[in-house]
Write a protein that binds this ligand. Structure first.
Ligand SMILES: CC(C)(COP(=O)(O)OP(=O)(O)OC[C@H]1O[C@@H](n2cnc3c(N)ncnc32)[C@H](O)[C@@H]1OP(=O)(O)O)[C@@H](O)C(=O)NCCC(=O)NCCS
Length: 161
């Protein structure tokens, strides 16, 4: 896993850094999940299973002043890598942290030898779709009513690496 030194700190803001996720982060991650994903939140159990899936899985957290404010993860599946998750705490959004996490996901997928990076996103998630389009992802297919019980479509997006 390769990590950049800093993640686009803004003038006057505490600097941010990416580091490898550890099991000690799990309680905080589970709380952030509930706030950010509600019905789709990953439990502590899911996080344990995800971290046990390394090195096929790779996860980082984004920190400000020692507090975890974002995270992202990728599945190395050979020629096709999958974004497992990307999220930034509400209070830390719109400062470039999501874009920095996306840069890491792309670099990590390339490092693992992938030719394509795939992800799925809720059709009603404008912020995430904007971030992905800016990174070069294009929509490939729609999975109708994929997210339940909200009954929302999933858009499958691909980035050619
Ligand atoms: C999607 C998410 C990770 C973006 O993180 P972020 O740190 O706010 O993203 P950035 O600050 O790097 O912004 C990236 C781009 O998205 C845009 N953006 C941010 N919030 C937006 C919003 N609510 N609506 C539209 N665009 C938005 C920014 O303007 C920026 O574009 P710009 O560089 O042209 O200004 C964050 O909103 C989030 O965690 N959401 C909840 C969890 C989630 O939905 N994860 C994705 C699951 S598929």
């Amino acid at each position: 896993m390769t990590l950049p030194q800093t993640a686009q700190p803004e003038t006057g803001q505490p600097s941010t850094a990416l580091r490898e996720m550890t099991w000690r982060d799990i309680p905080v991650l589970a709380l952030l999940e509930l706030k950010l994903f509600a019905d789709d939140a990953w439990s502590e159990q899911t996080w344990w299973a995800e971290l046990a899936g390394r090195p096929r899985r790779a996860y980082v957290v984004s920190e400000i002043g020692g507090a975890v404010v974002g995270y992202a993860g990728v599945d190395h599946g050979g020629e096709v890598a999958d974004v497992m998750t990307i999220a930034v705490a509400s209070a830390a959004q719109s400062r470039g942290l999501g874009a920095a996490l996306m840069d890491w996901l792309i670099a990590e997928a390339r490092r693992g030898g992938a030719r394509n990076l795939m992800l799925e996103v809720r059709a009603d998630n404008d912020a995430a779709q904007w971030l992905y389009s800016k990174a070069g992802f294009v929509m490939t297919t729609v999975r109708r009513r994929y997210y339940q019980p909200a009954d929302v479509d999933a858009q499958i997006m691909r980035l050619t690496l």
